[in-house]
Ligand binder design. Structure first.
Ligand code: ACO
Length: 368
């Protein structure tokens, strides 16, 4: 039987920083309120050239570099995002093309801020079933494009960024141990981006009514989140046959410091067991867990053999948790040169596009 090990991780955030003081010049708010109610000090905002796919590509390359895996060896790419590049094509397909993952299948997954846990679980299941060996899982967001910058209830919360894991099959036990996924669609209206889908396609009226912006009942989401975080963490541990005493680190979805505090109290665990970096990035939705994991590893808080639980909640409503034994970096014999693969990917993509044009011309002349 194959186990799904986390062998690569990477993150990428835009350079531009938006501080609480910057926000206080845009809406009626202040640094003290935002810090005390959320724990957020600043967040990153994508520039005009950046998008969910471009951030995802950067994070993916970093994760492949850590795993020392060629993009051409990937079997599957799963991108979770609440701010995908388009409704279709999938952001995953765009990433597949940009990194040159020539043999990988690719699809997007939508489970809001819980998306990365859903995606990790799907990737791990695909490995365990024996159908694939190497999977890239990415959480990527440019939610700044869907925020109403005049709405102080929401615009203070969100930031842009991307995080990625590489999952690889190994016969050695470890890696992803268990997961629990939940949904309660009766709470769908608590957090929604109403228009732009089939229910409310874009019209002048949907734009005028602000229906293409995030709408949120903050208190409702807060109550739901504090209820489910501790419970899901315990469920995932129990399913893995572990207890709280086995837990080395919890990497929670980074939405609000008070929600993470409540989870720690619910689990009767000290805050040192929780990775927190929302002060610098805000809520990056489905990217928050991989970004926090990368920083936990780089800060020496996650070592090979550690038991870690990733736990999240979000729109849907959705929530879930995944327990894993952290595999740590694999020994490297010969470094893969990702720069060459990126160049190859760009040339390949261009040739395929040109061939499609030539094919179209020939088809017009000789086809039918
Ligand atoms: N600055 C200053 N004052 C503000 C601001 C602001 N940015 N926002 C609200 N206020 C005011 C309100 O108007 C209210 O004033 P009033 O008492 O005079 O009416 C007061 O501050 C308290 O407002 P609340 O909404 O009660 O503030 P609360 O403590 O609930 O915090 C918050 C609001 C931060 C949004 C909180 O409810 C929260 O974090 N909820 C969870 C949100 C979340 O995690 N969403 C993401 C989910 S993940 C996903 O799927 C994308």
């Amino acid at each position: 039987m194959a186990y799904a090990h986390i062998t690569g991780w990477g993150m990428f955030v835009p350079e531009k920083i938006l501080t609480n003081d910057d926000l206080s010049k845009m809406v009626d708010t202040n640094d003290e309120w935002i810090r005390s109610r959320t724990g957020i000090r600043e967040r990153r905002i994508a520039n005009e050239e950046q998008s969910s796919a471009s951030l995802a590509t950067e994070a993916a390359i970093r994760a492949l570099d850590v795993a020392n895996l060629k993009p051409t060896e990937l079997d599957l790419i799963i991108v979770s995002s609440s701010s995908p590049e388009h409704i279709f094509p999938s952001t995953a397909s765009l990433v597949q093309d940009r990194i040159g993952a020539t043999k990988a299948g690719a699809f997007d997954l939508s489970a809001a801020c819980t998306g990365f846990i859903y995606a990790l679980d799907m990737g791990a299941q695909a490995i365990r079933s024996g159908s694939v060996r190497n999977v890239l899982v990415v959480g990527t967001e440019t939610l700044s494009r869907f925020v109403d910058w005049t709405d102080r209830n929401t615009c203070i919360l969100f930031g842009d960024g991307s995080g990625a894991f590489v999952l690889q099959a190994d016969e050695k036990p470890g890696g992803v141990l268990s997961s629990v996924l939940h949904s309660d669609g009766s709470g769908g209206d608590l957090l929604t981006l109403p228009a732009g889908g089939s229910r409310f396609p874009a019209t002048t009226a949907t734009v005028q009514d602000g229906l293409h912006f995030i709408q949120m009942d903050g208190k409702g989401v807060f109550r739901f989140a504090t209820r489910v975080m501790a419970r899901a963490t315990k469920e995932a541990l129990e399913k893995a046959g572990l207890g709280l005493e086995d837990l080395d680190l919890v990497v929670p979805h980074q939405a609000n410091m008070r929600i993470i505090d409540a989870a720690a109290r619910g689990l009767k665990l000290p805050m040192e067991k929780f990775m927190v970096n929302l002060d610098r990035y805000g809520n990056t939705s489905t990217a928050s867990i991989p970004i926090a994991t990368v920083e936990a590893f780089e800060g020496g808080r996650l070592k090979a053999g550690d038991t870690v639980v990733f736990v999240g909640f979000g729109a849907g409503l959705t929530w879930g948790a995944l327990a894993a034994e952290w595999s740590g970096p694999r020994p490297v014999e010969r470094r893969v040169r990702h720069g060459w693969y990126l160049l190859f990917a760009r040339v390949r993509s261009m040739i395929l596009r040109v061939m499609r044009i030539i094919e179209g011309m020939l088809w017009g002349r000789f086809g039918r």
